[in-house]
Design a protein around this ligand. Structure first.
Ligand code: BGC
Length: 484
């Protein structure tokens, strides 16, 4: 777990602009703090031309306020079940661990190419032991018939319990299914649409918990699917286990999304009685933010290209700005445009540069190195011999602009939630490969959330493996509630 604190020192003062940051030396000072690091290469004219060509990737404070306003109104519309690009799904997760949970619980975590099976042993609410096994999900399974995928998931569970020698045990299971769902209860929900690298047939509208249960039972396993949740909810629960002030869960990995604890009375969609529920976890599904056109003012030609070459075109607009699946493609697209304008020696092959490259470019940029960047560019361009150290600096700058924009956009969402919740202090549990491995995203998020939610103390807490652990913890909570 890693923790950073922020926001506590800033007091709300009279200099506040539209309820945003109290500025020290006026509005221009505040604006300046959103600017990325400028491009520093020897040829100043080329630098200016490149900066001009990429200027739409630079979001100023005023634009971020505009995104904030749109996000707020989409949240309200979603909660009221009015047309909105935000699903604002009721997860039916009303309470978090209370420290009395006992027993062994299984969890499954499906969302990327690696599927995880976990076993958590709890005593007086404390995790005494956790076992994890990873299984690769082939492209054939990710794009084939849904039933084959779910049969494979049950096969992995069987393999796991056999390898642990617990195949004859009776278990409650939490299923983390990281795709948009329409939830009917804490243990049932239908897939709305696939995202990221999945597109299995015959699954939309299918209750994924019931389908998993069917395949587990068919294998003779005495396992009950007690909880169905999204990875953000899992991260929130795992974070709350570490720090009770956690009220927001964020995933910044291949895909991106957030959830938070909302007052139950502000939520319209209930399929269960909820008189005794005070707060409930809402899965925002912010990956789809902008799918109705409300964020078109942000869209660049690079975003158009990435979208048109993605697996699921015209969907998950916001995720394509910030998700790890797309950051490498965005860098390729921008370098391709520069190359066509004669500002870069060659176009990288689209799809070659991954988010790991973006992180590496940024790491080298932080330590004034270029060797890894240059090698990656040579590999991506089929060995272009004209590439120089100066070109590596240009590629690092592109990676920085795209990373800075991603950090700003995710910070808008987090800051909006921090402001909306209005608690004395709120902790944000974050998991995901981009958050963990990118050298600048986490510090930039600290900076931007503080700028966008002034006077609202918050803590960002890295909740490693939160999505899986949270699922097992949720199964424990559900088992406790079922027994009471
Ligand atoms: C899914 C979300 C998930 C996020 C992070 C998105 O593509 O729609 O449900 O939380 O990825 O994994």
């Amino acid at each position: 777990m890693s923790t950073t604190m922020n926001g506590g020192q800033q007091s709300v003062d009279a200099g506040m602009v539209n309820g945003y940051l109290p500025t020290v030396n006026g509005e221009s000072r505040w604006e300046e703090q959103f600017l990325p690091i400028p491009l520093r290469i020897d040829d100043k004219i080329r630098a200016q031309k490149i900066e001009a060509r990429l200027s739409k990737l630079v979001l100023c404070g005023a634009t971020l306020r505009q995104v904030t306003d749109v996000f707020e109104s989409e949240i309200e519309a979603g909660l009221r079940q009015k047309p909105s690009s935000l699903q604002m799904e009721n997860t039916y997760v009303p309470e978090l661990t209370d420290g009395t949970e006992e027993g062994s619980f299984l969890a499954l975590d499906l969302g990327g190419t690696k599927f995880r099976v976990l076993l958590l042993e709890l005593k007086a609410g404390k995790v005494m032991r956790d076992m994890v096994k990873l299984y690769e999900i082939s492209e054939k399974l990710r794009l084939g018939p849904g039933e084959e995928l779910f049969d494979f998931l049950a096969e992995c569970v069987q393999d796991f319990v056999c390898s642990e020698g617990i195949e004859n045990g009776k278990f409650s299971l939490g299923f983390t299914f990281s795709f948009p769902m329409r939830q009917h209860s804490i243990s049932s929900g239908e897939l709305i649409t696939w995202t990221k690298s999945f597109n299995c047939s015959g699954m939309e509208g299918v209750d994924v918990a019931a389908l998993l249960q069917r395949f587990l039972t068919a294998r003779g396993l005495d396992i009950t699917v007690r909880v169905l949740l999204n990875d953000t909810t899992g991260t929130l629960i795992a974070g709350a286990y570490l720090d009770r002030s956690v009220g927001i869960g964020v995933i910044l990995g291949t895909g991106s999304n957030g959830c938070y604890m909302e007052r139950a009375c502000r939520v319209l969609h209930w399929e269960r009685s909820h008189e005794l529920v005070e707060d409930v976890c809402i899965d925002i599904e912010w990956g789809a933010f902008g799918d109705n056109g409300c964020l078109d003012f942000l869209r660049t030609e690079f975003d158009d290209e990435v979208d048109s070459k993605s697996l699921l075109v015209n969907s998950f607009t916001f995720e394509k700005y910030i998700g790890g699946k797309y950051l490498g493609d965005l860098v390729s697209s921008a370098l391709g445009v520069l190359a066509r304008d004669g500002l870069f020696p060659a176009e990288p092959a689209f799809g070659y540069l991954q988010t790991a490259h973006v992180s590496m470019f940024e790491k080298e940029n932080c330590s004034s190195e270029v060797s890894g960047t240059l090698q990656a560019l040579r590999d991506a361009t089929g060995g272009c011999s004209a590439l120089s150290n100066q070109d590596a600096l240009v590629a690092q700058h592109v990676a920085h602009l795209i990373s800075n924009r991603a950090a700003q956009l995710v910070s808008v969402c987090v800051a909006t939630l921090v402001r909306r919740m209005g608690r004395a202090r709120v902790a944000v549990a974050v998991d995901g490969s981009v958050f963990k491995h990118h050298p600048r995203i986490a510090p930039l998020m600290d900076k931007y959330v503080a700028l966008l939610a002034p006077g609202r103390p918050f803590t960002v807490l890295g909740a490693e493996d939160g999505s899986g652990k949270g699922s097992a913890l949720a199964a424990a909570v559900a088992a406790r509630l079922a027994a009471s």
